[in-house]
Structures are given as C-alpha cells and as structure tokens.
Design a protein around this ligand. Structure first.
Ligand code: GDP
Ligand code: MN
Ligand code: MN
Length: 252
C-alpha cells in the first residue's frame, strides 16, 4: 500500500464569511476517493461558534466547579452549556459533548482564535456531510470527510487527533469473523480507522502556528455510503471506564 498525504497550503485565517469547500477546491486539486481531513477549529469558525465569555453569566453550579478547578466560572459555564453529562469535575473537567464525544472541557478552546472562546461544531457529522456535498457540487468528485479535534487520552501522556465528525467513510474496519495468518478467527478486532487517519493527519496539521488545518489523504480506498460517528461511542452500559469514573465521582 502506498499512500499520499499532503497539507493544503495558503488557507487564510477563517471567519464566518468563508466557505471551506470553496477554499479547499481553489487551493488543491481534489480527486475521487480522497479523504479530506479538516481541523474542527476552522469548521467552528465558519459556523460562527465563537462566544464572548464576558456575556456569560455563570450559574452557582459553574461557580462551584470553577473553584474545584481553579478556573474562570464563565469558562466553566461555557463548557456546561456544551455538554450533556459531566463525567469528572476535577482535577480534570471531563464531559460528554453534545456530539457524543467525551473529552476535556467539551473541546472549548482559546488557542488559534483571536478573541473569545471557540466551541466545537454543534453537529460535526452534519458539518462533514455538508463539506462532502459542497465539494461534490464544486468538482463532481466523491470524497470522504473527517473533521478532527486534538484530544488527550486515558493512560497515555500527550494528545492525538481524533475523528469528531465523518461523512462518506465507515468509522471502523471490522475484522471480526475474518482469519489471522494461521487461520484463527478474529473475535475482537474492530479497527477505528477514522481515528487512526485523524491521528496522522493531525500530526501533519500541527497544533500551533503552522496554519495547515486541512490534510488530503490519497490512495486509501475507504469511500463508503455510510455517514456518522454513532458506532464510535460506547453505550453507557458497555462503557466500563465511564461507569468507574462515575463511581469515583460519587465517592469524592
Ligand atoms: P483543532 O485540533 O481542531 O483544535 O485545531 P488547532 O487549533 O490545533 O489547529 C490545527 C491547525 O490548524 C494548526 O496548524 C493551526 O495553525 C491551523 N489553524 C487554525 N485556525 C486556522 C485558520 O483560521 N486558518 C489557517 N490557515 N489555519 C488555522
Ligand atoms: Mn480543539
Ligand atoms: Mn489541534
């Protein structure tokens, strides 16, 4: 297998007036079956997901949690407004974002934004689908789209890119039922390919001032009709770690 991956250069500082598909298609020659990987930061920017923290009035709950975290109550309120569930209040503020992704601070961030707080896209799958359709309208090319964010992981130091929203690609390569080199049937392997691709693309994007929020992966045949991140998130019943953390929360 030989794969080509490149960053799209000369992308401007994104604002609400931009159209990401137009920008990508004018700066890169998109081909059929390309996987277009886009940092959620710029998707949030075009979707106007920037808020002014001074306009937030923190609730008593936000004030209480902010004291545990030694953080700004307005920031804590912004996170609470973005999440459906608090998994841990401190020492890390681990929550479930409305999209289903469990991450620190619901992805609310102030890096790579001039002013204010940047929120994750409301519905990253929908954003991915729109970008895929816009690219098709502009070029007639059928691509897959992965919208990424940078997340920390349990057990391991450091962050990696993860898939937050997808279109035109299966989230997993399910190996269960196929055989290994010695004919043994695989029973567990269900490879989260969109996270693996997001991780590598994120490493090409960088975290700071490289200005490269879009990566094109070419030569990996993963285009499919399926859309959406639903298969990625464990159900509350099967998520052992999440349940353990909730028990931990109730003990402290
Ligand atoms: P996240 O992982 O989605 O939170 O995005 P990051 O803030 O880590 O940014 C990923 C990459 O996108 C970095 O190379 C940033 O410099 C770049 N980036 C972020 N915003 C913009 C923008 O508005 N324009 C350009 N050209 N690059 C941006
Ligand atoms: Mn981010
Ligand atoms: Mn990042």
């Amino acid at each position: 297998m030989r794969i080509n991956a490149f960053t799209v250069e000369d992308i401007p500082l994104i604002t609400k007036d931009h159209n990401i598909a137009n920008i990508i298609c004018s700066l890169a020659q998109v081909k059929d079956h390309d996987i277009i990987v886009v940092a959620s930061t710029i998707v949030s920017k075009v979707e106007g997901r920037i808020i002014d923290p001074d306009k937030i009035t923190p609730t008593p709950e936000a004030i209480r949690i902010s004291k545990l975290l030694d953080n700004d109550p307005k920031f804590v309120q912004a996170v609470l407004d973005e999440c459906t569930e608090v998994i841990l209040e401190s020492p890390i503020f681990l929550v479930r974002h409305t999209s289903g992704n469990i991450c620190i601070n619901a992805g609310v961030d102030h890096s790579n934004v001039e002013d204010g707080l940047l929120l994750l896209p409301i519905d990253p799958d929908r954003s991915a689908r729109k970008l895929k359709e816009d690219i098709f309208k502009l070029t007639g090319k059928r691509v897959s789209v992965i919208i990424t964010d940078t997340n920390g992981r349990a057990f391991r130091e450091g962050q990696t890119g993860i898939a937050l929203g997808v279109a035109g690609i299966n989230t997993h390569h399910d190996w269960r039922g196929s055989t290994d080199l010695f004919g043994t049937t695989l029973e567990v392997a269900n490879e989260a390919v969109v996270d693996e691709i997001a991780g590598f693309a994120n490493c090409m994007m960088g975290e700071g001032n490289w200005g490269t929020p879009v990566v094109v992966i070419r030569g990996f045949e993963l285009l499919s009709d399926s859309d959406g991140m639903d298969a990625m998130y464990r159900t509350p019943e099967t998520d052992i770690i999440r349940n353990a953390l909730q028990n931990y929360k109730s003990r402290t």
